[in-house]
Design a protein around this ligand. Structure first.
Ligand SMILES: *Cc1c(COP(=O)(O)O)cnc(C)c1O
Length: 398
């Protein structure tokens, strides 16, 4: 294990002159991923053709790499599998939860949750029938809203906009007290901070690998099922690769062993190769060390920006325990400001209506980057350098 983050930084291919503060949205390219993907394409796909499924171990990748992601979120061995996208994994966890708690019809979430999670819940409730309902409350009201009507609490641990972190252990304990199941979305937690799904008692957890875990655009999602539920949870998306014996080609579905049943269809082998190269880096670090460095970076960034930019309002909690690994500021002209920053090599992103979002990953961001970024932000704000028409035209992706 290493805490030499100068060494890990050298393992990423970062463009010259860019301070990349958006690894929370799309992690940068691990240098080794390019060669690893090329090998999968030319040597495995190219030369092995269909035999690659056995010879190159493609079929085992979702669970083999799932275990390596599992270490980062405190999962038991054999409790995590990769595949599909996060939205799909949310659907699977939610459908299984409703089935496991059949007397109850409410999924509880909060209004800070990422819309896709809420949309998926709305769609599933519509399919299940009019008595099913998504109930959303303010983030600080979730604990009080847990009652005997709730079948499942579906919460994203770290708010994608503000970086505010929920208390996973406390909410999970309260949910269990009232007989509700829990789904934790770790999209902004996995690779961002230490997570303890097993110790915290989570029933299900889901997340993506293309954010902090650097699997590249479109990289697969992961799902965790607590071992106590692994033989009980039944997948609603019951595809052939979650079947007990896919190559028996039975006409009837029988769930596979444990978390394997949460697989749906053919795994994205090329993307998994990129993830494998990234996990070679993640395997060398402890999340506790990442956390110490991340809090130092986010503290330093908050102090630097607040010292020079009074018109930017901090949206991220100052309290360490309540903070993820990103810092967000509010400003009515946030979109234009972010475009001006990107034009000057400070890459973050914008989230409507007014959030400037900056992610910090100690693996490739250091204190010097933070100071440089803060200085550029100060310059842009002091001179109103964002106030130009070309920074105000919204692109499709913000
Ligand atoms: C990024 C993110 C998603 C994205 O879902 P995809 O299906 O991978 O596009 C969903 N939920 C949360 C909480 C996210 O942060």
């Amino acid at each position: 294990m290493t805490t030499d983050f100068a060494a890990t930084r050298a393992l990423f291919d970062l463009p010259e002159g860019v301070i990349y503060l958006d690894g929370n949205s799309l992690g940068p390219l691990p240098r080794a991923a390019a060669a690893r993907v090329a090998r999968t394409v030319t040597e495995e796909w190219g030369q092995m053709l269909i035999t690659g499924w056995n010879k190159a171990g493609w079929m085992e990748l979702p669970s083999r790499l799932g275990n390596r992601v599992g270490r980062l979120i405190g999962a038991e061995p054999g409790a995590v599998v990769l595949g599909d996208t996060l939205s799909i994994k949310v659907y699977q966890a939610l459908a299984s939860s409703f089935e496991m708690n059949p007397a109850r019809k409410v999924v509880l979430s909060d209004r800070g949750n990422f819309p896709s999670d809420l949309y998926i819940a709305q769609g599933l409730c519509r399919t299940l029938g009019p008595e099913y309902q998504l109930k959303t409350v303010a983030p600080e009201e979730v604990l009080g809203a847990l009652d005997e009507t709730v079948a499942v609490m579906m919460i994203t641990e770290v708010d994608y906009r503000t970086g505010r972190r929920h208390d996973m252990a406390a909410l999970t304990a309260r949910a269990h007290e009232v007989g509700a199941l829990t789904i934790w979305d770790l999209a902004h937690s996995a690779g961002a901070l230490p997570v303890e799904v097993a110790r915290g008692g989570a029933d299900f957890a889901v997340g993506c690998t293309y954010k902090y875990l650097n699997s590249g655009p479109g990289g697969p999602a992961f799902i965790y099922v607590a071992p106590r539920h692994a033989e009980v949870a039944r997948p609603a998306l019951s595809g052939w690769l979650g079947h007990e014996a896919p190559f028996a080609f039975d006409l009837d579905y029988r769930p596979g062993a444990g978390v394997e049943r949460m697989r749906v269809g053919t795994p994205p082998v090329i993307q998994l190769a990129a993830l494998e190269a990234s996990l070679d880096i993640w395997d060398q670090v402890e999340m506790a060390d990442i956390r110490v460095a991340s809090l130092a970076l986010t503290d330093r960034f908050i102090a630097g920006v607040e010292a020079t930019c009074p018109s930017l309002t901090l949206a991220t909690p100052r309290d360490h325990a309540a903070r993820g690994s990103q810092v967000s500021f509010r400003h009515a002209e946030g979109y234009a400001i972010m475009q001006a920053l990107i034009a000057r090599g400070v890459v973050g992103d914008f989230r409507a209506p007014d959030i400037l979002r900056f992610g910090f990953t100690p693996l490739f961001i250091n204190g010097e980057d933070v100071d440089k970024a803060a200085a550029i932000i100060a310059e842009v704000m002091a001179g109103d350098l964002w106030d130009r028409p070309e920074y105000k035209t919204r692109a499709r992706v913000t």
